[in-house]
Design a protein around this ligand. Sequence first.
Ligand code: 5AD
Ligand code: SF4
Length: 449
Amino acid sequence: MQTSRNVYIETYGCQMNMADTEIVLSIMRDAGFTRTNLLTHADVVLVNTCAVRDNAEQRIIGRLGDFNHYKKSHPNAIVGVLGCMAERVRRNIMESEDFVDLLVGPDEYRKLPALIEAAKEGGKGIAVKLSRVENYDDIIPFRTEGLSAWISIMRGCDKFCTFCVVPFTRGRERSRLQAKVLKEVEEVARRGFKEATLLGQNVNSYWDGAYDFPDLLAAVADVDQSLRIRFMTSHPQDMSDKLITTIASRSNICNYIHLPVQSGSDRILELMNRTYTADHYLNLVRKIKEAIPGISLSTDIITGFSTETEDDHKQTLDLLKAVEYDGAYTFKYSPRENTKAWSMNDDVPEEVKSRRLSEVIDIQRNISLHRNKTMIGQTVGVLVEGPSKKSAADFCGRTDTNKMVVFPKNGDAVGDFIEVRIERANSATLFGTQEYVFHQPPAFITREN
Ligand code: 5AD
Ligand code: SF4
C-alpha cells in the first residue's frame, strides 16, 4: 500500500523544458507529491514535451504508448501531457490517445494539482491558455543537488522565425525581474552549485523595465565570482556591443556563445525572417572574436528549408568554414502547422535534406577536429563533472568554452576546478592530464605553455 502520492516525470526538448520541469516538480511537491524516478511507483505520470520538429513529437507519441500500457495495469494512475506539444496539438491528442487524462500548456502549470484532482474523478483536464504575464516568478524550482543549475530569465519569443512553432507554443516574450533572478542565483550559489545557466529563447532581448541582458549578466556574475555563468540562446540581431563587452569583462562569464545562424544564404535567411544577412552575421562574429580572444562559438543549422537550392546550401557550408564554429546542432527542416513557412512549399526532397545535413555535419566535424587539435599543448581550466563514460579510471569535465575534457583521476573530486594539460583531441573531446587542483576556480583563462 502506498502512503504518499508519487509523481514521475520525463522531459523532452530544450533546456527551457528542463527548467520548467523543476517548476512543475515544485508545484507538485507543494501539493503533497513525492518525486519518483521509477515509473512503476507512479500515481501521476507526466511528460513534458517538445513540438519543435515532427520527429520530437513522434518520439513522444511512441513513449505515450508505454504509459498507456502502464495505465492498463495501474488503472488509477493519471497520465498528463505537458508543455509545447500539449499547447500545439491540444484536444486532438485526447482523441488519438484516449488514455491521456491531462493536457497542460507551458503557462498553466499552477493548475496541475486541481486538474489532477478533477481527473481522479474521471474527468479530463485541459489547460492550454497562453499568458502574457506568467513567469512563475514566485516559485522556487525544485532542484536536486548538482553542479549546474538552470535559471529561466524569461519566457516566450516574439521573433517569429517563419519555421518555428515556439511563439505559438510558448507565447509572447516576457522577462522576469532582475531582482528575482538574482535571488535565485544567490540561492544556487549558497547551495553549492558551481555553474548557473541563464535561459531564454532569446536572452539578448531580456528587458525587465529597468535592466537589459548585459546588466543582468554582469549582476549575476557579481553575485559569486566562484560561480561559472553560462547563458543561451542568443539571437544575432540582438547581440549588442554592450553584451560583448560584458562577457569580456568578467572572468566567471564563460567564453562560449551559442549563436544560431540557421543558414548562410541571404535569400533563405529572409524567407526565415531571421532579420540579418550572412555579412551582418560574419561581421558580428569578427567583432566577438576580436573582443573576446579564445571565445568558443556554436550554432544551429537547418538544411532543406523551403526552396533551398544547392547554391543556398553551398553558402551555408561556406559560412561554416568562415566562422569556424566549435560545434553545431544540425536539423532537417520539419514543417510545423500554424507557422508562416507551413504555407510555403516543403519542396526539398527528404533525401536531399538528408544529404545536405550529412555534408554540414562532415564539414563541421572537420572544423571541430581542427579547432580541438589547436588546444594540444595548452593548459585549460576544467570543472570536474564525474566519471568518464568510457573508462572508470577517468574523470570528465568541461572547459568554460564548453569543451568536454577526459583525464585520469588523480585525487580530484566532482565539483573541483582543475587545470588539465591537453595531449590529444578528437572532434568531440579533448584528452589530457591534470596539472593542478583548485578548490576555488582560477581565472577562466586558457594559457599557452
Ligand atoms: N525544423 C527544423 N529545425 C527547427 N528548429 C526550430 N524549428 C525547426 C523546424 N521547424 C531548430 C532551429 C532552432 C533550434 C532550437 O531548432 O535551428 O534554432
Ligand atoms: Fe523560434 Fe526564432 Fe524564437 Fe528561436 S528566435 S525560439 S527559432 S522564433
